[in-house]
Write a protein that binds this ligand. Structure first.
Ligand SMILES: [Zn+2]
Ligand SMILES: [Zn+2]
Length: 150
């Protein structure tokens, strides 16, 4: 699914389930971490997490689109668009949207890279690999070596 098919899917679900038009922009946002989607109060645009589609598939992803469309339509109609609002809860139930984004398992199990200083044997962990030729140990100014990936 690309930007264009995402936009069309959101427009289609909006018409089918809400009988209202979605006339703003829906885009993928790779910076979203644990959230599946986001509604922007100022621009009225929607952001979606491409990882949710990849990990959980189309059904769950559509459930998240419906959730964000509830925020969208209620806000534009000046009704209770927040999670705690009655209007939001009712509309969400009506259209069959998801309340929460299911956890993205791989985020819990992010790779941990372990490095050991070749001088003082200090070990450090990093989420990302780094170039051992570029960083020196702060304590003894020696280089690190990669020891394992958990
Ligand atoms: Zn929400
Ligand atoms: Zn050191």
């Amino acid at each position: 699914m690309n930007q264009d098919t995402l936009q069309k899917l959101v427009e289609k679900l909006s018409l089918e389930k809400f009988d209202r038009r979605f006339s703003h922009t829906a885009s993928f946002n790779r910076r979203l971490r644990t959230t599946g989607g986001r509604y922007h109060l100022k621009s009225h645009d929607l952001d979606f997490n491409p990882e949710v589609l990849k990990v959980h598939g189309q059904d769950i992803f559509e459930g998240i689109i419906l959730h964000e469309l509830c925020h969208y339509h209620l806000h534009l109609e000046k009704k209770g668009y927040r999670h705690k609002d009655k209007a939001f809860k009712e509309l969400l139930r009506e259209v069959g949207g998801l309340r929460y984004t299911p956890p993205l398992q791989h985020q819990v199990e992010k790779p941990q890279w372990q490095y050991r200083c070749t001088g003082c044997l200090l070990t450090i962990q990093r989420q990302r690999r780094f170039n051992v030729n570029k960083f020196l140990c702060a304590k003894c100014r020696s280089r690190f070596e990669l020891i394992e990936q958990e």
